[in-house]
Ligand binder design. Structure first.
Ligand SMILES: [Zn+2]
Length: 378
């Protein structure tokens, strides 16, 4: 089935590119909102649970070991800071009174490096070119990239709860596609109540044994959960599902009125636009980059506009979109996956890593925040 209307803005102004000679896939671009995706919707994997007989705990554990290397915690802290801030009194509790960076008792215990390699994009080993340091905040200032908009403190809330408004207790966060529960465990340390769902039984087992977190097994639509959450989060989930608009509506219904949604998803960056141009000009011959970026693990690349329209159509307000240069992998394996391996790949990847360190890499993901309106008209 060929996609006829844009999954983000629902308009029918789709331009279909020539079929990739390598993958056989065809892509479209919405000329209204800029979203890029696969033209053949049938290829997108259905949303269904995966049992232990298909993926064992051991297999999943090995995969999570590749991903987790402490590199994601800076991104997690940034998001939890922002959620706390958007949840009003909770933020007041956390950041008041303001403390100067040089405060002797306050140093960053989580990685606050100036490397933009703090991401959680899936599908590759989570490695980072700079080690997680416990650098004091003063070291963050110079040359810090846009990815670090706030000091990534990981101070638990326990110390600042006194003086918090009595009405603000523990905000509840629900993580869609929670994986092994690492993000939720981190959020719990930061004072959130946590819940989440996951399609893989193996991941649920790991979250239980590793973090004592009980995730819900199954798709949201099958779970029928109440609107009891202050925040809902999706780390690289929305680009994987066949019906992203439905998922966003389900997320809205999980939130209390006034609750906040956060999601991270691949961003259609300048390199993607150039690659799509080359794909078109070469009649499908030059397709490596597009095949890699719009691939089995994510079938849509959003723009600011497409993400904004998708969220507003789902009934959200106060939308804020911020593209990020957030990478979870070293350049070398990524370039190898694009066919640039060996000695040549090594040389190029060293150059790319230098660019990443300087924050000059393309912004490949976007962060989106949005709010469920106080008045629920749905
Ligand atoms: Zn569109």
């Amino acid at each position: 089935m060929t996609v006829q209307t844009c999954p983000a803005c629902s308009r029918g102004n789709l331009r279909h590119y020539p079929r990739s000679r390598r993958s056989g896939r065809r892509n479209f671009r919405c000329t209204s909102c800029g979203l890029v995706g696969w033209s053949d919707r049938d290829e997108v994997a259905p949303v269904e649970t995966v049992g232990l007989d298909t993926i064992s705990v051991e297999q999943r554990e090995a995969w999570f070991q590749l991903k987790r290397d402490g590199v994601t915690t800076a991104a997690w802290d940034e998001v939890l800071d922002e959620l706390g801030s958007r949840l009003g009194g909770f933020e007041t509790a956390r950041s008041s009174p303001p403390q100067p960076p040089s405060s002797a008792s306050r140093t960053v215990s989580q990685p606050a490096t100036s490397a933009p390699l703090t991401g959680v994009e899936e599908g590759a080993p989570a490695t980072v070119s700079q080690p997680a340091t416990s650098a004091p905040l003063t070291g963050v200032e110079e040359g810090a990239p846009a990815t670090v908009s706030k000091p990534a403190t990981s101070a638990p809330l326990t110390g600042v709860e006194e003086g918090a408004p009595a009405t603000v207790s523990k905000p509840r966060i629900y993580d869609i596609g929670a994986g092994d529960g690492g993000f939720l465990a981190h959020a719990r340390e930061r004072g959130f109540e946590v819940g989440g769902n996951e399609l893989l039984e193996a991941a649920i087992e790991i979250a239980r044994s590793k973090f004592d977190i009980e995730l819900d097994l199954g798709d949201l639509s099958a779970l029928g959960l109440p609107a009891e959450n202050d925040a809902v989060t999706l780390w690289c989930v929305i680009a994987h599902v066949p019906e992203p608009a439905e998922l966003l509506a389900e997320c809205r219904d999980l939130l209390k009125p006034g609750g906040v949604l956060f999601l991270q998803t691949p961003f259609r960056c300048a390199v993607d636009s150039a690659a799509l141009g080359a794909l078109s000009a070469s009649r499908g011959r030059t397709s490596r980059w597009v095949d890699r970026r719009v691939a089995a693990h994510h079938w849509i690349l959003h723009t600011r506009r497409s993400m904004t329209e998708a969220l507003e159509r789902a009934g959200f307000v106060d939308v804020r979109i911020t593209p990020k240069a957030r990478y979870s992998l070293q350049a070398a394996p990524y370039l190898a996956s694009l066919g640039l391996g060996g000695r040549k790949g090594e040389v190029v990847s060293r150059g790319v890593d230098r660019l990443l360190d300087k924050g000059l890499a393309p912004r490949i993901v976007l962060d989106a925040y949005a709010r469920r309106p106080m008045e629920t008209s749905s």
